[in-house]
Design a protein around this ligand. Structure first.
Ligand code: DAH
Length: 357
């Protein structure tokens, strides 16, 4: 490195210069931001040939009076600059350590906790339900959520203007209700019964999970979207006994072997006879509460023997084949299993609710 030329020796009497040295030294020190620059600064002011050192050396040649005053000033400045040098040195050292600490990665520290995702309570219950039916030999099939009026209603023996349509408040697609091929958001999974029978020959054993939509004011037991599971079995010699055995077994596996089950007549246009399945209310033990409408029994599904007219309409010989069908709401089953009292909680995306499952 080229040697820095010696600064011109200062005229010791030059008081101006001492002030100048002071202000330059301070502003340069201010700008110093690493150890090398600090060392250069030290050499240029306080080193053997530093500017201040030269002033001090030149004192001897001054007249006594001047020597006293300049000497006092120069010595004060020397002490101050030396102190400031130490201070700066300490500060540079400290920020270097801080930078090192900030940069260092301690690989032995435990990682930040990862929040594990989980299955939605509807999905959990749906999977348990499907596992149960699959183990009995049912196949899982899915179908469209946007459906023709034909499959959702007509083919299920629910013609336009039939009072049974009131059972399902419908979300129509773009005022399609008035067109000649109306389209809708399916109100239940039952239309898949027809679609499956149109495409396959018996023996048939399927379960159909899927979302359904209703034009509905929401309340603790009604949502405009929900999940259903439909079931259909068609074969030679299928009877009510098969229907009851299958569904009683299902209820016991989902709600526990001690549940009492009960079948009652009910009406659905696509089955004959139609029925509902109830289990004894495990919330009140049969005494009667809000969930069981004070009856001691909770309805969990609708079912029945596939209407012979429907079997004929898809080209099956209703003298040879019989079948049963059933349908139920998955959220409703999940509510009963977990004691959830408001169906709207399922899709309000509140983690305080979802985290509990
Ligand atoms: N689809 C009916 C509903 O949403 C439930 C149902 C009742 C399905 C009886 C069936 C059945 O397959 O046989 O209310």
């Amino acid at each position: 490195m080229a040697a820095t030329p010696d600064p011109a020796p200062l005229m010791p009497s030059d008081n101006e210069s001492l002030t100048q040295i002071e202000s330059q030294a301070r502003s340069e020190l201010d700008a110093v931001d690493d150890d090398d620059a600090l060392e250069r600064w030290r050499v240029s002011y306080l080193g053997r040939r530093g500017r201040l050192t030269l002033v001090l050396r030149g004192l001897t040649s001054l007249p006594l009076e001047e020597r006293k005053s300049v000497g006092a000033q120069a010595n004060r400045l020397k002490r101050e600059l030396e102190a400031e040098l130490q201070e700066k040195k300490a500060r540079l050292g400290q920020s270097a350590t801080e930078a090192l600490i900030a940069e260092r990665i301690d690989v032995t520290l435990p990682g930040p906790p990862l929040r594990a995702g989980r299955l939605h309570p509807t999905t959990q219950t749906l999977r348990d339900m499907l596992d149960c039916f699959v183990s009995m030999g049912f196949q899982v099939v899915e179908g469209p959520e946007i459906e023709w009026d034909h499959y959702n209603f007509e083919a299920l023996r629910i013609p336009k203007d039939h009072p049974a349509r009131d059972m399902w408040d419908t979300l129509w697609i773009d005022a399609q209700e008035e067109s000649d091929r109306p389209m809708l958001l399916r109100t239940h999974t039952s239309p898949m019964q027809i679609r499956i029978m149109e495409q396959a020959q018996p023996p048939i054993r399927v379960v159909v999970p899927g979302k359904c939509y209703r034009y509905e004011a929401t309340d603790p037991t009604h949502e405009w979207m929900m999940t259903q599971v439909e079931g259909l079995a068609v074969d030679e010699g299928i009877s009510m006994a098969d229907l009851k055995g299958t569904l009683a077994d299902f209820a016991h596996r989902i709600f526990g072997p001690d549940r009492k089950v009960r079948f009652r007549c009910d009406y659905f246009p696509f089955v004959e006879p139609g029925m509902e399945l109830r289990i004894d209310c495990f919330l009140c033990g049969g005494e009667g509460c809000r969930t069981c409408s004070r009856s001691g029994w909770i309805e969990i599904l609708g079912a029945g023997m596939v209407h012979p007219e429907i079997l004929e309409s898809v080209g099956y010989d209703s003298e040879r084949y019989t079948g049963f069908a059933f349908g139920m709401g998955v959220e409703r089953i999940a509510m009963l299993r977990h004691g959830i009292d408001d169906i709207r909680l399922f899709y309000s995306n509140d983690l305080r609710f979802l985290d509990q499952f």
